[in-house]
Design a protein around this ligand. Structure first.
Ligand code: 0RA
Length: 633
């Protein structure tokens, strides 16, 4: 440590800033931030793939919650960096936003959360090993909490089939991330997405903890993505796929209608999912509405009618991927594209290509126009229904009979528990604090909102009870100010059915009361899975791991005398005191706030679930029940 130069100190200071305020660089230090570290490294590898130097990216989760990302790109440069007098790799790893001279990345992502630089991953790791194969040589360096633990070493070359690229293994620092662990299903979704967006690049995930391996490789790109979205649905025509470039903005779009009534537009900017949409999406929507109207008019299928945006997007599945140099990300979660020039570019590209497709494929064109026409007619019925919502005569002025309301008058203090099933509803009624907690039992599966239009959604008793209880309208008429509760808490069983109903409700809120979610009024209650009683001491476990820990802590085993263990299969198995203690008492309960992203994720999961066939849906829920349950963990 004797002869540090001023430059070295600068470098260290930079990464200290990252460790001091990690959320500024990766969003948060929960599970989301943790997974973000992996995305950051993978993004670097994908950048190599984008410019044609890499076609394989392997990710591995290790037993100790460390992660390896290995690619066959060019390998991080190792030659001396003049300004810092250090090997370039060390600059990349220890200097915030290193790039500068050798930052020849084509589509740098500014703003948003990606593209903060691999040095951020290094700063937030207990240790990080980098191995580089470049020019027939092999190099290695280790860092600890962002600082080099040794200087860059040349290793003996190995003939192991990996001749070129970068391998980064890092262990996220528990001082920063606590005990959050990597979730293979979360990483899988992102790798799958990247595989769709970067056709021909093979991305794989191996989970050492379970021995499972998954490989994602799609030759079809956007077309494969579309096929995946529509895989359990009945599609109405061949996919419409086009790709073009204007003013340095690359646009790739896939469109295919299915026989459902909902729209599913998935949009990306430089491979980052834009959950909140933005200018690329508005350009696309404008073009779609305009072209379909123009085509319908030209062929005289529309007569005097005109189609509006909602009509032409009913049953629409679309993927929009744009790539540009300096994206501006806006919005609550920084997932909304703000560059206004992009709207016109996407709009004109979509107009040209869609117009051509319709003229070259008149049968498909006819199917699409007729689908939109049918939507326009149904829109009348829906408008009628909305009208009734506004007039309030549809939802009788009285509150639903099933609702057990609370006495508090101030909405900011009132809570609504939505409870699955009448019997659990009964327990919750006994358990609650009547002053501020209301209970609304929801029976069975509420209407499948994916398939239904608003007019039909409003015919569902369960949904009407929910809308009336909340008192703030629905859809376009939703008015947050009128909401009768400040916390809406979804309480369902910790099993597959419970996960399903939770996903349904979240999807419903996401689609019809989005503001309720974006302003953080929706929560998920997490009832415990086990009760462990030893003498006078009662403990609750919310996961199998926690259960094992408690047994260890209390130094007991299942079946020990004087030990009572209960495994809760449903809410109904808890007595009111237990339910109050674990799930309802604000001082001791475990509830989770739902973010807009969580709800969007539920919507996405739901989209994949839906379709006429029940089997794939069941299978999916079984595979993903944990994921759905652990939203936001
Ligand atoms: C800086 C410059 C170049 C490549 C990379 C970094 C790079 C970083 C990572 C991280 C994971 N895999 C990576 N692959 C490459 C440009 C290299 C050149 O010009 O030769």
């Amino acid at each position: 440590m004797e002869s540090y130069s001023a430059k070295d100190i600068q470098v260290l200071k930079d990464l200290t800033a990252v460790r001091k305020r990690p959320a500024m660089y990766i969003g948060d230090t929960s599970s989301k931030g943790l997974h973000h570290l992996v995305y950051e490294v993978i993004d670097n590898s994908v950048d190599e793939a984008l410019i044609g130097y890499c076609n394989t990216i392997e990710v591995e989760i290790h037993e100790d919650n460390s992660i390896t990302v290995r690619d066959n790109g060019r390998g991080i440069p190792v030659d001396l960096h003049e300004e810092y007098n250090l090997p370039a790799v060390e600059v990349v790893m220890t200097k915030l936003h290193a790039g500068g001279k050798f930052d020849n990345k084509v589509y740098k992502v500014s703003g948003g959360l990606h593209g903060v630089g691999i040095s951020v991953v290094n700063a937030l790791s207990e240790w990080l090993d980098v191995e580089i194969r470049r020019n027939g040589k092999s190099y290695y360096q280790r860092y600890e909490r962002g600082k080099p633990a040794c200087s860059l070493k040349e290793l003996d070359t190995e003939n192991d089939g990996w001749s070129r690229g970068t391998k980064v293994t890092f262990k996220p620092d528990t001082h920063i991330f606590g005990n959050y662990e990597f979730d293979a299903s979360i990483l899988s979704s992102r790798l799958r997405e990247l595989a769709f967006l970067n056709p021909g690049v093979k991305l794989s995930l191996r989970d050492e903890r379970t021995g499972k391996e998954r490989v994602f490789l799609y030759g079809g790109g956007i077309a494969s993505f579309l096929e995946y979205i529509n895989r359990d649905k009945k599609v109405l025509h061949q996919p419409i796929i086009f790709k073009d470039e204007k003013e340095d903005v690359k646009v790739e779009i896939g469109i295919q209608y299915n026989d459902s009534y909902t729209e599913n537009i998935f949009s990306f900017v430089n491979n980052v999912k834009t959950v909140e949409g933005g200018k690329h999406v508005s350009g696309f929507k404008a073009a779609l509405t305009r072209v379909l109207n123009e085509y319908g008019k030209a062929k005289n299928t529309l007569k005097k009618l005109s189609l509006d945006g909602d009509d032409v997007r009913e049953g629409l599945a679309a993927v929009i991927s744009v790539k540009l140099r300096e994206p501006q990300f806006e919005g609550q979660t920084k997932t909304k594209l703000g560059n206004s020039e992009v709207k016109g570019i996407v709009e004109s590209i979509t107009r040209e290509h869609l117009w051509d497709f319709l003229n070259e494929n008149p049968r498909d064109a006819d199917t699409i126009i007729r689908k939109a026409l049918e939507a326009a007619r149904a829109r009348e019925a829906a408008r009628h229904a909305r009208e009734m919502v506004r007039k309030k005569d549809f939802f009788a002025d009285s509150l639903p009979g099933k609702l057990a309301d609370c006495s508090e008058r101030d909405p900011s203090k009132r809570e609504l528990y939505i409870v699955e099933g009448d019997s659990a509803g009964g327990s919750a009624k006994q358990a609650r604090d009547k002053n501020f907690q209301a209970i609304l039992p929801i029976r069975g599966k509420i209407l499948n909102v994916e398939k239904a239009r608003l007019d039909r959604v409003l015919k569902s008793n369960e949904i009407r009870a929910l809308v009336t209880a909340l008192g703030a309208g629905i859809g376009d008429e939703f008015d947050l100010q009128k909401t009768r509760y400040s916390r809406i808490i979804i309480m369902s069983d910790a099993d597959v059915d419970g996960a399903h109903i939770r996903t349904l409700l979240l999807t419903f809120f996401y689609r019809y009361m989005q503001e309720l979610v974006s302003t953080n009024h929706v929560y998920i209650a997490l009832p415990p899975l086990y009760m462990v009683k030893k003498g006078k001491e009662t403990r609750y476990a919310f996961s199998d791991e926690e259960y094992a820990e408690i047994l260890k802590e209390l130094n007991i085993k299942e079946g020990d005398p004087g030990v009572k263990i209960q495994r809760y299969k449903g809410l109904g198995e808890m007595n009111p005191e237990q339910l109050w203690e674990t799930t309802m008492n604000p001082r001791t309960r475990c509830i989770k706030r739902v973010t807009l992203e969580d709800a969007a994720e539920a919507d996405w999961i739901f989209t994949v679930l839906m379709g006429e066939e029940v089997e794939p849906r069941k299978k999916f829920i079984q595979e993903h029940a944990r994921e759905v349950m652990n939203l936001d963990i």
